[in-house]
Design a binder for this molecule. Sequence first.
Ligand SMILES: CC(C)(COP(=O)(O)OP(=O)(O)OC[C@H]1O[C@@H](n2cnc3c(N)ncnc32)[C@H](O)[C@@H]1OP(=O)(O)O)[C@@H](O)C(=O)NCCC(=O)NCCS
Length: 190
Amino acid sequence: MNAGFRADRFEYVISEGDTLARARRILSRFDLGGDLDVIRLGPNSSERDLESFAEVAIDGGVLPPPASVLSGEMRRGVFLVAKDKASGRAVSCAAAIENFHFSSRRADHAFWGMLSTLPEWRGRKIALILGAQAMVSFHEDYGISRFTTGVRAENGASMALCAKLDMLPGKWCTYVGMDPAQFSSAQVTK
Ligand SMILES: CC(C)(COP(=O)(O)OP(=O)(O)OC[C@H]1O[C@@H](n2cnc3c(N)ncnc32)[C@H](O)[C@@H]1OP(=O)(O)O)[C@@H](O)C(=O)NCCC(=O)NCCS
């Protein structure tokens, strides 16, 4: 931090082994309801759709990746947005992305998370379903079934949601140093 960076700390939350089975069970038990559409971002996504993911993420205090990652140009990933059919407004987002080097001991894990639901849409299991869908799609496309994420210790809602997917905090945490000139907020996740 002597370099003038700001620090952020969050818990390292990791799949305990049953994650994919739980995600599939969630998708077979619950659905989003008829008023929402789910879109998956990709190379043909409009700029508006890429922006809508970023807007929902930022609304929840979660840092979205750049457009080159959201569109799949830079990394293998699954980026989902739930949209209100009536207004076309994006109301929730979730993602899974490759993030470990192939020689890492975590090479069989991917990052999962970036969950955010607009306040007026919370409590309908939207984040749980979208998060489960991101995991299942990532597994179907890239074969990975274990995930890690970062959650602030005091974020009880997120911790409870993660636990439903067998994602639990262990003995590790993550410290990030951020250049204040690049990041206006000292927070990567919630
Ligand atoms: C966390 C967040 C994404 C949950 O969105 P949501 O769509 O309301 O969540 P769901 O309805 O799918 O909730 C699924 C489960 O998560 C847990 N949960 C969600 N909100 C909760 C709350 N306020 N308190 C405690 N548990 C909660 C519950 O276990 C819930 O299951 P239940 O409905 O059977 O009780 C939402 O509160 C949000 O956007 N928060 C700000 C951003 C954030 O913290 N993101 C996580 C970053 S790590």
